[in-house]
Design a protein around this ligand. Sequence first.
Ligand code: FE2
Length: 430
Amino acid sequence: MSFDLVLRGANLPDGRTGVDIGVKDGLIAAVAPALTGDAGREIDVSGRLVSPPFVDPHFHMDATLSLGLPRLNRSGTLLEGIALWGELKPQLTHEAVIARALAYCDMAVAQGIGAIRSHVDVCDDRLLAVEALLEVKRKVAPYLDLQLVAFPQDGFYRYPNAEANLLRALDMGVDVVGGIPHFERTMADGARSVTRLCEIAAERGLLVDMHCDETDDPLSRHVETLTAETRRLGLAGRVTGSHLTSMHSMDNYYVSKLLPLMAEAGVAAIANPLINIVIQGRHDTYPKRRGMTRVPEMMAAGITVAFGHDCVMDPWYPLGSGDMLDVAHMAVHVGLMTSLDGMRQCFDAVTVNAARILHLDGYGIEPRCKADLVVLQAADPMEAIRLKATRLLVLRRGQVIAETAPRITRLDLPGRPAQVDLNFVPGSIR
Ligand code: FE2
């Protein structure tokens, strides 16, 4: 068999080591030890983790890189962030939204992200951000899969034209139905919005991804309605609850009933660890709640859980760099997931689980999958998270689209080696 490219000696996220990956016509053609046959190009990746690309299943590309415009978020709360975004919205220009989004996509690709699901605010009667991000989606398509969610930021019922705008955005080509039930005026309005939005998705054959219960209120239970509507409308596997932070504060008995219902209905969940840990608990004194949803418990219940970046340098979060290992690293800490299995699950949450939620085709390292790969300066998922490891190579359809030099620091210390080894092998010194 002949290949365009062979990566030699890869470690895979599932624990296989010393594997060759053969690429032909942009697809993975073979995955096996010691592949034979002609190769147009060979790359030695011995001992390096080779992963399918990171997938960010929850982002806001219309707001990204706008930090400081028109001012900073002083309280750090979700509500001030929404108010601040409301001040910025009328000042947005088509060109600036596109330029910021493209700059962010460059960052994301450089750090091995191959797909992003971005919410786009439809509570702007111009639908300026929708038009801009649809253009960005077309522009980045050769190197990044961008999926857009019609997101009624100011409330599906609370904002007068939200329904009309949302439907218009879907007509224009936005892929997924969004929502924000906890921001409606009443719990009842929130529940009604979930029902209506799920019906819109069912009528149009679309996926659903709602900001749901992004509060510290233990009685914010829109996920219950989302679960019931998913079952009623036969939307299993097509609905996601994003954030679900109220679950952190819910009564334990109630959650013991809720999680099996979510699993049965086929509702997935997305936590946003970097954002949840800084937005939630803002109204607490001490102890301050962590606010991230119940990740390990949901995974144990059989629910697909992924992690999103949510925000980078915007009205809600001043930090971030498009690094899904930064996201996974925070999840390990906030979710107390430091066991080996826990860390592997956190790696899955920014790769395969997120890909499943986005319904990505041909994702993975198996024959006939797309040859979209990331080579990391790490031996395994745990080391990748620990070091937020350098993404040495990023490949799209078998072509290298980003390359970063290995991280090497020269040392000048008496009696010590000339170079520090961050890739320390546990147990190597006894
Ligand atoms: Fe969000």
